[in-house]
Design a protein around this ligand. Sequence first.
Ligand SMILES: [Zn+2]
Ligand SMILES: [Zn+2]
Length: 367
Amino acid sequence: MSDNISNGNNTMVIKYWGVRGSIPSPLTIEQLHEKETALIKRIAADGGIEKLFGVDCDSAKINSYLESLPLSLAGTYGGDTTCFEIQVKDSPLIMIDAGTGARNLGKVLLGRLFAAKNLNPLNTIAAHNKDIYLFFTHYHWDHLQGFPFFAPGFLPGDFRINLHFYGKSNTRQRLSDVLAGQQEYPNFPVVWEDMPCNKNCIELGRLEPNFIQVGGAKITYQELTHPDSVFAYKVETGGKKFVCATDTEHKDTPDPRLIKLARDADILYYDCQYTPEEYVGTPGTLTGALTKFDWGHSTYEWGIKNALAAGVKTLVLGHHEPMRDDFQIEKLMERALEYRDAQLALAQNEGRKLEVIMGCQGLEQKL
Ligand SMILES: [Zn+2]
Ligand SMILES: [Zn+2]
Protein backbone atom coordinates (compact mmCIF):
# COMPACT_ATOMS: atom_id res chain seq x y z
CA MET A 1 0.00 0.00 0.00
CA SER A 2 2.31 2.76 -1.20
CA ASP A 3 1.35 6.40 -1.32
CA ASN A 4 3.62 8.35 -3.59
CA ILE A 5 2.66 11.96 -3.06
CA SER A 6 5.24 13.45 -5.45
CA ASN A 7 2.78 13.79 -8.31
CA GLY A 8 3.14 17.55 -8.64
CA ASN A 9 3.68 17.75 -12.40
CA ASN A 10 0.71 15.62 -13.38
CA THR A 11 -2.74 16.75 -14.44
CA MET A 12 -4.48 13.58 -13.34
CA VAL A 13 -3.41 10.45 -11.45
CA ILE A 14 -5.56 7.31 -11.45
CA LYS A 15 -5.02 4.63 -8.80
CA TYR A 16 -6.68 1.23 -8.97
CA TRP A 17 -7.56 -0.02 -5.47
CA GLY A 18 -9.67 -2.97 -6.62
CA VAL A 19 -10.24 -4.58 -10.02
CA ARG A 20 -11.92 -7.87 -9.07
CA GLY A 21 -15.49 -8.47 -10.21
CA SER A 22 -18.53 -9.71 -8.32
CA ILE A 23 -17.00 -10.79 -4.98
CA PRO A 24 -13.67 -10.29 -3.15
CA SER A 25 -11.28 -13.09 -4.08
CA PRO A 26 -8.16 -13.18 -1.87
CA LEU A 27 -5.44 -15.64 -2.88
CA THR A 28 -6.01 -19.16 -1.56
CA ILE A 29 -3.22 -21.13 0.13
CA GLU A 30 -3.13 -23.41 -2.91
CA GLN A 31 -2.76 -20.45 -5.29
CA LEU A 32 0.02 -19.00 -3.15
CA HIS A 33 1.83 -22.35 -3.14
CA GLU A 34 1.53 -22.59 -6.92
CA LYS A 35 3.10 -19.13 -7.24
CA GLU A 36 5.95 -20.00 -4.88
CA THR A 37 6.69 -23.19 -6.79
CA ALA A 38 6.69 -21.39 -10.13
CA LEU A 39 8.88 -18.60 -8.73
CA ILE A 40 11.47 -21.01 -7.33
CA LYS A 41 11.60 -22.85 -10.67
CA ARG A 42 12.04 -19.54 -12.49
CA ILE A 43 14.92 -18.50 -10.20
CA ALA A 44 16.59 -21.86 -10.84
CA ALA A 45 16.10 -21.49 -14.61
CA ASP A 46 17.60 -17.98 -14.49
CA GLY A 47 20.82 -19.22 -12.91
CA GLY A 48 20.04 -19.62 -9.22
CA ILE A 49 20.11 -17.38 -6.17
CA GLU A 50 23.84 -16.70 -5.98
CA LYS A 51 24.17 -15.74 -9.63
CA LEU A 52 21.08 -13.49 -9.52
CA PHE A 53 21.47 -11.80 -6.13
CA GLY A 54 25.06 -12.44 -5.00
CA VAL A 55 26.23 -14.44 -1.96
CA ASP A 56 24.69 -11.87 0.39
CA CYS A 57 21.27 -11.92 -1.34
CA ASP A 58 21.31 -8.20 -2.07
CA SER A 59 17.84 -6.72 -1.42
CA ALA A 60 18.02 -4.20 -4.27
CA LYS A 61 18.88 -6.99 -6.73
CA ILE A 62 16.04 -9.13 -5.39
CA ASN A 63 13.58 -6.25 -5.75
CA SER A 64 14.61 -5.40 -9.30
CA TYR A 65 14.45 -9.08 -10.27
CA LEU A 66 10.97 -9.45 -8.78
CA GLU A 67 9.83 -6.29 -10.57
CA SER A 68 10.96 -7.82 -13.89
CA LEU A 69 8.70 -10.85 -13.42
CA PRO A 70 5.01 -11.21 -14.32
CA LEU A 71 2.51 -10.65 -11.51
CA SER A 72 1.54 -14.34 -11.59
CA LEU A 73 5.02 -15.09 -10.13
CA ALA A 74 5.94 -12.04 -8.10
CA GLY A 75 2.65 -10.35 -7.23
CA THR A 76 -1.05 -10.61 -7.85
CA TYR A 77 -3.80 -8.91 -9.83
CA GLY A 78 -5.57 -8.56 -6.51
CA GLY A 79 -8.75 -9.74 -4.84
CA ASP A 80 -10.43 -6.49 -3.82
CA THR A 81 -13.50 -5.31 -5.70
CA THR A 82 -13.94 -2.10 -7.66
CA CYS A 83 -12.54 1.15 -6.30
CA PHE A 84 -10.66 3.91 -8.13
CA GLU A 85 -9.01 7.01 -6.78
CA ILE A 86 -8.66 9.92 -9.18
CA GLN A 87 -6.48 12.85 -8.23
CA VAL A 88 -7.09 15.92 -10.38
CA LYS A 89 -4.90 18.98 -10.11
CA ASP A 90 -6.34 21.67 -7.83
CA SER A 91 -9.55 19.71 -7.23
CA PRO A 92 -11.11 17.73 -4.41
CA LEU A 93 -10.42 14.01 -4.33
CA ILE A 94 -12.57 11.92 -6.67
CA MET A 95 -13.44 8.25 -6.15
CA ILE A 96 -15.37 5.89 -8.38
CA ASP A 97 -17.10 3.07 -6.48
CA ALA A 98 -16.43 1.81 -2.96
CA GLY A 99 -15.94 -1.93 -3.38
CA THR A 100 -13.65 -3.61 -0.88
CA GLY A 101 -10.66 -1.74 -2.35
CA ALA A 102 -11.99 1.35 -0.54
CA ARG A 103 -10.75 -0.07 2.77
CA ASN A 104 -7.07 0.23 1.80
CA LEU A 105 -7.60 3.59 0.12
CA GLY A 106 -9.19 4.80 3.37
CA LYS A 107 -6.07 3.85 5.32
CA VAL A 108 -3.86 5.82 2.93
CA LEU A 109 -6.17 8.81 3.11
CA LEU A 110 -5.94 8.84 6.92
CA GLY A 111 -2.17 9.10 6.59
CA ARG A 112 -2.46 12.00 4.15
CA LEU A 113 -4.98 13.80 6.31
CA PHE A 114 -2.83 13.60 9.43
CA ALA A 115 0.48 14.30 7.67
CA ALA A 116 -0.46 16.95 5.13
CA LYS A 117 -4.11 17.79 5.88
CA ASN A 118 -4.77 17.19 2.18
CA LEU A 119 -6.62 14.20 0.77
CA ASN A 120 -5.46 14.88 -2.79
CA PRO A 121 -1.70 15.30 -3.33
CA LEU A 122 -2.37 17.28 -6.54
CA ASN A 123 -4.55 19.75 -4.70
CA THR A 124 -3.15 23.07 -3.57
CA ILE A 125 -6.53 24.64 -2.82
CA ALA A 126 -7.07 24.50 0.94
CA ALA A 127 -10.84 24.82 0.74
CA HIS A 128 -11.18 21.37 -0.78
CA ASN A 129 -8.89 19.53 1.63
CA LYS A 130 -11.55 17.49 3.40
CA ASP A 131 -13.99 16.86 0.55
CA ILE A 132 -14.36 13.58 -1.29
CA TYR A 133 -16.60 13.16 -4.32
CA LEU A 134 -17.61 9.50 -4.58
CA PHE A 135 -19.34 8.41 -7.80
CA PHE A 136 -21.13 5.07 -7.83
CA THR A 137 -21.45 3.24 -11.14
CA HIS A 138 -24.34 1.22 -9.66
CA TYR A 139 -25.37 -0.40 -6.40
CA HIS A 140 -24.32 -4.05 -6.65
CA TRP A 141 -22.47 -5.27 -3.56
CA ASP A 142 -19.04 -5.40 -5.19
CA HIS A 143 -19.25 -1.63 -5.73
CA LEU A 144 -20.53 -0.69 -2.26
CA GLN A 145 -19.25 -3.09 0.36
CA GLY A 146 -16.01 -1.29 1.19
CA PHE A 147 -17.75 1.85 2.35
CA PRO A 148 -18.64 0.72 5.90
CA PHE A 149 -14.88 0.05 6.32
CA PHE A 150 -13.79 3.38 4.85
CA ALA A 151 -11.94 4.84 7.84
CA PRO A 152 -12.06 8.56 6.89
CA GLY A 153 -15.86 8.40 7.24
CA PHE A 154 -15.43 7.78 10.99
CA LEU A 155 -13.19 10.77 11.75
CA PRO A 156 -14.83 13.06 14.30
CA GLY A 157 -14.38 16.71 15.27
CA ASP A 158 -11.86 18.80 13.37
CA PHE A 159 -10.99 15.89 11.10
CA ARG A 160 -14.58 15.29 10.01
CA ILE A 161 -14.68 14.96 6.23
CA ASN A 162 -17.35 15.94 3.72
CA LEU A 163 -18.52 13.08 1.54
CA HIS A 164 -20.48 13.90 -1.59
CA PHE A 165 -22.10 10.76 -2.97
CA TYR A 166 -23.27 10.61 -6.57
CA GLY A 167 -25.19 7.77 -8.19
CA LYS A 168 -27.89 7.01 -10.68
CA SER A 169 -31.46 7.69 -9.79
CA ASN A 170 -33.26 4.46 -9.26
CA THR A 171 -36.98 3.90 -9.31
CA ARG A 172 -36.79 1.22 -6.59
CA GLN A 173 -34.49 2.74 -3.95
CA ARG A 174 -32.89 6.11 -3.26
CA LEU A 175 -29.09 6.40 -3.17
CA SER A 176 -29.19 7.40 0.51
CA ASP A 177 -31.39 4.36 1.29
CA VAL A 178 -29.01 2.05 -0.55
CA LEU A 179 -26.03 3.29 1.47
CA ALA A 180 -27.87 3.38 4.80
CA GLY A 181 -29.45 0.01 4.06
CA GLN A 182 -26.19 -1.91 3.94
CA GLN A 183 -25.34 -0.64 7.44
CA GLU A 184 -28.68 -1.48 9.02
CA TYR A 185 -28.82 -3.97 11.89
CA PRO A 186 -28.00 -6.85 11.76
CA ASN A 187 -25.72 -6.30 8.74
CA PHE A 188 -23.17 -3.99 10.37
CA PRO A 189 -22.49 -2.69 13.89
CA VAL A 190 -22.37 1.04 13.05
CA VAL A 191 -25.44 2.48 11.41
CA TRP A 192 -25.08 5.04 8.64
CA GLU A 193 -26.46 7.87 10.76
CA ASP A 194 -23.72 7.31 13.39
CA MET A 195 -20.85 7.77 10.94
CA PRO A 196 -19.54 11.25 11.79
CA CYS A 197 -18.75 12.37 8.20
CA ASN A 198 -20.96 14.98 6.60
CA LYS A 199 -23.04 13.18 3.97
CA ASN A 200 -24.48 14.67 0.83
CA CYS A 201 -26.31 12.32 -1.58
CA ILE A 202 -27.01 13.49 -5.11
CA GLU A 203 -28.89 11.40 -7.66
CA LEU A 204 -28.09 11.81 -11.34
CA GLY A 205 -30.79 11.44 -13.98
CA ARG A 206 -30.48 8.20 -15.90
CA LEU A 207 -32.02 9.01 -19.22
CA GLU A 208 -30.15 12.16 -20.19
CA PRO A 209 -26.37 11.95 -20.42
CA ASN A 210 -24.97 14.99 -18.69
CA PHE A 211 -22.06 16.28 -16.67
CA ILE A 212 -21.13 18.03 -13.46
CA GLN A 213 -18.05 20.01 -12.48
CA VAL A 214 -15.88 19.04 -9.49
CA GLY A 215 -13.10 21.59 -9.05
CA GLY A 216 -11.10 21.47 -12.30
CA ALA A 217 -12.64 18.16 -13.38
CA LYS A 218 -15.61 17.69 -15.66
CA ILE A 219 -17.41 14.43 -14.88
CA THR A 220 -19.68 13.12 -17.62
CA TYR A 221 -22.00 10.21 -16.93
CA GLN A 222 -23.68 7.85 -19.36
CA GLU A 223 -26.05 4.97 -18.72
CA LEU A 224 -24.93 1.63 -20.20
CA THR A 225 -26.24 -1.94 -20.26
CA HIS A 226 -26.24 -3.93 -16.99
CA PRO A 227 -28.93 -5.53 -14.80
CA ASP A 228 -30.73 -2.57 -13.16
CA SER A 229 -28.50 -0.31 -15.33
CA VAL A 230 -25.06 1.21 -14.73
CA PHE A 231 -23.26 4.50 -15.25
CA ALA A 232 -19.97 4.88 -17.07
CA TYR A 233 -18.05 8.00 -16.04
CA LYS A 234 -15.61 10.21 -17.91
CA VAL A 235 -13.24 12.36 -15.84
CA GLU A 236 -11.78 15.15 -17.93
CA THR A 237 -9.32 17.92 -17.13
CA GLY A 238 -6.66 19.88 -19.00
CA GLY A 239 -7.32 17.90 -22.19
CA LYS A 240 -6.81 14.53 -20.40
CA LYS A 241 -9.62 11.98 -20.33
CA PHE A 242 -10.14 8.87 -18.19
CA VAL A 243 -13.25 6.76 -18.80
CA CYS A 244 -14.45 4.08 -16.40
CA ALA A 245 -16.88 1.59 -17.97
CA THR A 246 -17.16 -1.30 -15.56
CA ASP A 247 -20.06 -3.76 -15.44
CA THR A 248 -21.30 -3.32 -18.97
CA GLU A 249 -22.44 -5.76 -21.63
CA HIS A 250 -21.77 -5.32 -25.32
CA LYS A 251 -24.44 -7.54 -26.93
CA ASP A 252 -23.39 -7.79 -30.59
CA THR A 253 -22.19 -4.38 -31.77
CA PRO A 254 -19.85 -1.74 -30.37
CA ASP A 255 -21.92 0.40 -28.00
CA PRO A 256 -22.51 3.83 -29.62
CA ARG A 257 -23.13 5.41 -26.18
CA LEU A 258 -19.75 4.21 -24.92
CA ILE A 259 -17.97 5.16 -28.14
CA LYS A 260 -19.31 8.70 -27.85
CA LEU A 261 -18.30 8.94 -24.18
CA ALA A 262 -14.83 7.47 -24.73
CA ARG A 263 -14.01 9.33 -27.95
CA ASP A 264 -10.21 10.00 -28.00
CA ALA A 265 -9.86 9.08 -24.32
CA ASP A 266 -6.38 8.61 -22.91
CA ILE A 267 -7.54 5.64 -20.83
CA LEU A 268 -10.63 3.43 -21.01
CA TYR A 269 -11.18 0.95 -18.16
CA TYR A 270 -13.47 -1.80 -19.45
CA ASP A 271 -15.22 -4.88 -18.08
CA CYS A 272 -13.58 -8.09 -19.41
CA GLN A 273 -15.01 -10.53 -16.88
CA TYR A 274 -15.66 -13.34 -19.37
CA THR A 275 -13.71 -15.11 -22.06
CA PRO A 276 -15.51 -15.12 -25.42
CA GLU A 277 -16.26 -18.83 -24.82
CA GLU A 278 -17.75 -18.22 -21.37
CA TYR A 279 -19.87 -15.44 -22.77
CA VAL A 280 -21.58 -17.57 -25.41
CA GLY A 281 -21.42 -20.80 -23.38
CA THR A 282 -21.11 -24.26 -24.86
CA PRO A 283 -24.49 -25.94 -24.62
CA GLY A 284 -24.30 -29.71 -24.43
CA THR A 285 -21.30 -29.82 -22.08
CA LEU A 286 -21.53 -30.15 -18.33
CA THR A 287 -19.29 -27.23 -17.33
CA GLY A 288 -19.88 -24.86 -20.19
CA ALA A 289 -23.61 -25.19 -20.67
CA LEU A 290 -24.31 -21.94 -18.89
CA THR A 291 -24.14 -18.98 -21.22
CA LYS A 292 -23.23 -15.66 -19.58
CA PHE A 293 -25.29 -13.75 -22.11
CA ASP A 294 -27.41 -11.10 -20.36
CA TRP A 295 -25.39 -11.34 -17.13
CA GLY A 296 -24.21 -7.77 -17.67
CA HIS A 297 -20.51 -8.26 -18.38
CA SER A 298 -18.24 -8.23 -21.38
CA THR A 299 -15.07 -9.66 -22.95
CA TYR A 300 -11.63 -8.40 -23.98
CA GLU A 301 -12.75 -8.70 -27.63
CA TRP A 302 -15.48 -6.13 -27.14
CA GLY A 303 -13.22 -3.95 -25.04
CA ILE A 304 -10.78 -3.81 -27.95
CA LYS A 305 -13.52 -3.24 -30.54
CA ASN A 306 -15.06 -0.41 -28.53
CA ALA A 307 -11.64 1.14 -27.81
CA LEU A 308 -10.62 1.06 -31.48
CA ALA A 309 -13.97 2.49 -32.57
CA ALA A 310 -13.57 5.34 -30.06
CA GLY A 311 -9.90 6.09 -30.84
CA VAL A 312 -8.82 5.32 -27.25
CA LYS A 313 -5.07 5.38 -26.50
CA THR A 314 -4.88 2.86 -23.63
CA LEU A 315 -7.39 0.15 -22.77
CA VAL A 316 -7.27 -1.26 -19.23
CA LEU A 317 -9.08 -4.58 -18.85
CA GLY A 318 -10.67 -5.27 -15.48
CA HIS A 319 -13.57 -6.51 -13.33
CA HIS A 320 -11.77 -9.86 -13.32
CA GLU A 321 -13.82 -13.02 -12.93
CA PRO A 322 -13.44 -14.22 -9.29
CA MET A 323 -12.83 -17.80 -10.46
CA ARG A 324 -9.78 -16.76 -12.52
CA ASP A 325 -6.33 -16.99 -10.92
CA ASP A 326 -3.32 -14.84 -11.80
CA PHE A 327 -1.92 -17.37 -14.29
CA GLN A 328 -5.26 -17.50 -16.10
CA ILE A 329 -5.50 -13.71 -16.16
CA GLU A 330 -2.11 -13.57 -17.87
CA LYS A 331 -3.23 -16.17 -20.43
CA LEU A 332 -6.23 -13.96 -21.11
CA MET A 333 -3.86 -11.02 -21.58
CA GLU A 334 -1.91 -12.96 -24.23
CA ARG A 335 -5.15 -13.68 -26.05
CA ALA A 336 -6.18 -10.03 -25.80
CA LEU A 337 -2.90 -8.86 -27.36
CA GLU A 338 -3.23 -11.39 -30.21
CA TYR A 339 -6.77 -10.21 -30.81
CA ARG A 340 -5.68 -6.56 -30.69
CA ASP A 341 -2.97 -7.21 -33.29
CA ALA A 342 -5.44 -9.05 -35.54
CA GLN A 343 -7.89 -6.15 -35.28
CA LEU A 344 -5.17 -3.60 -36.02
CA ALA A 345 -4.30 -5.55 -39.18
CA LEU A 346 -7.81 -5.01 -40.55
CA ALA A 347 -8.23 -2.38 -43.26
CA GLN A 348 -10.65 -0.25 -41.24
CA ASN A 349 -8.09 0.10 -38.43
CA GLU A 350 -5.14 1.05 -40.65
CA GLY A 351 -2.72 3.42 -38.93
CA ARG A 352 -4.37 3.05 -35.51
CA LYS A 353 -2.57 2.17 -32.30
CA LEU A 354 -3.97 0.80 -29.06
CA GLU A 355 -2.11 -0.05 -25.89
CA VAL A 356 -3.85 -2.85 -23.97
CA ILE A 357 -2.95 -3.60 -20.36
CA MET A 358 -4.40 -5.87 -17.73
CA GLY A 359 -5.76 -3.96 -14.74
CA CYS A 360 -4.25 -4.91 -11.41
CA GLN A 361 -4.69 -3.76 -7.83
CA GLY A 362 -2.03 -1.13 -7.14
CA LEU A 363 -1.79 0.10 -10.72
CA GLU A 364 -1.14 3.84 -10.95
CA GLN A 365 -1.42 5.85 -14.17
CA LYS A 366 -0.32 9.45 -14.55
CA LEU A 367 -1.60 11.81 -17.22
ZN1 LIG B 1 -19.41 -5.53 -10.46
ZN1 LIG C 1 -22.82 -5.10 -11.34
